[in-house]
Design a protein around this ligand. Structure first.
Ligand code: NCD
Ligand code: ZN
Length: 396
């Protein structure tokens, strides 16, 4: 059906892909098809997005977030449960998944929250959801949060009988204040990670320090880097001003450079797409949008040799599928879903918020270079040019 330079088993080969019933039937040098310019990579999986919706539909909706994902070459998202109201029980979990089934442009999975209100019944709730839906994880669990209901003690982590993803910052090292990088210390992350690793194995969200990255790499736990901790630093305060707050905060330039150089340490690249309006950012809220620009910026960086395509594909597609158990996703491989993205490396663009699809209307990457997808295929169908809503929720 298509032919081109395909990323297959760790390297690029010239071949064709034959699709049947949404899955890859055959990959081979003799398979005929429409010749595509550029490179063909597995579609991305973003395991950390906040698509808001419900009472925060002014910031983002499942529809606007998922079309952003589609334009960013992401075919599957894992939405986080710190919504308003939060995803704390079976009923609201089901309500949101059903909403996504109607409204999402890309495949959709949803994490369950662990809160003060639901922790007594968490294992029952996990079982009930898991009978019907594919529950990637409980998380992101907050060790520190301004909302008392979301803040969970270390002692509770060991009780949950499911994969946990953790936002690790220790409350003792977090003070309120703007810009937040002056008040939320590196130690907050390092201490929290140390304590969690003594309790068990987890998946850690958006790691921002060298010490934490090294500690987790030596353990059986896994972790994400988010694009902003690899590309932006405290120095960006002079450029983006009050937009700068994100949790964990941006770090000093030398640490950011170290993290990008040691990209190999992370298991996963995830955006932590956390949109807020500009007016809300002025009040000091934390979070950056990122789902639409993550893959495009990193494809550009790979084209310049700053990272390798092999590492990028591992962290944005292969490992997320393996770690969270998304069967048939993550690789261009026979019997897997025909989910892939075509990038033309000659078409370097400059990022402009006005061209992006998030309702938040801004980006911390204004002016950055990126290679956006030309075509995006979900289960063998081109869905970007056609803006087809092919997203499905992950069920049992
Ligand atoms: C996230 C949000 O706004 O939901 N904010 C952020 O700064 N990363 C929550 C979170 O992931 O901590
Ligand atoms: Zn977080």
């Amino acid at each position: 059906m298509i032919r081109g330079k395909i990323f297959y088993k760790g390297k690029f080969i010239e071949a064709g892909i034959e699709v049947e019933d949404g899955k890859i039937k055959r990959i081979g040098k003799l398979v005929k098809g429409r010749e595509l310019d550029g490179i063909i990579l597995p579609a991305g999986i973003d395991v950390h997005v906040h698509f808001r919706d419900f009472r925060e539909s002014h910031k983002e909706t499942i529809e606007s977030g998922s079309i952003s994902a589609l334009y960013g070459g992401i075919c599957l998202v894992v939405d986080q449960p710190n919504t308003n109201p939060p995803i704390e029980n079976f009923e609201i979990y089901e309500e949101r998944v059903k909403k996504a089934e109607k409204e999402s442009y890309v495949d959709y999975a949803l994490n369950l929250a662990l809160t003060k209100r639901n922790l007594e019944k968490i294992n029952e709730t996990i079982s009930k959801i898991s009978e019907k839906y594919f529950l990637p994880a409980v998380g992101e669990v907050f060790i520190q949060h301004n909302d008392e209901n979301f803040q969970i003690d270390y002692g509770e982590l060991g009780k949950v009988k499911h994969k946990l993803t953790i936002h690790a910052e220790d409350p003792k090292f977090v003070q309120k204040g703007n810009p937040n990088f002056l008040y939320r210390k590196r130690e907050a992350e390092i201490v929290a990670i140390k304590k969690c690793l003594e309790i068990g194995n987890f998946h850690f969200c958006h790691i921002s320090t060298k010490d934490a990255a090294e500690m987790i790499s030596k353990s059986k736990s896994t972790f994400e880097f988010s694009p902003h901790h690899l590309l932006l630093s405290e120095e960006d305060y002079s450029r983006i001003g009050y937009l700068i707050n994100v949790n964990p905060p941006l770090r000093k330039k030398y640490e950011v450079e170290w993290l990008l150089k040691n990209f190999c340490l992370a298991d996963v690249l995830a955006s932590d797409h956390a949109p807020h309006l500009v007016e809300e950012k002025k009040e000091g809220v934390s979070g950056f949008p990122g789902v639409e620009v993550m893959y495009p910026i990193f494809v550009y960086l790979a084209s310049k040799g700053l990272i390798s395509f092999k590492e990028l594909v591992e962290k944005i597609a292969i490992n997320p599928a393996k770690i969270f158990g998304f069967q048939d996703y993550g690789e261009i491989e026979e019997k897997k879903y025909a989910n892939f993205v075509v990038f033309d490396l000659k078409k370097v663009e400059t990022i402009r918020a006005s061209k992006l699809h998030s309702l938040c209307g801004w980006t911390p990457y204004e002016g950055f270079k990126a290679v956006f997808p030309e075509e995006v295929y979900i289960r063998g169908e081109e869905v970007k040019k056609s803006e087809t809503k092919l997203g499905k929720s992950l069920r049992r």
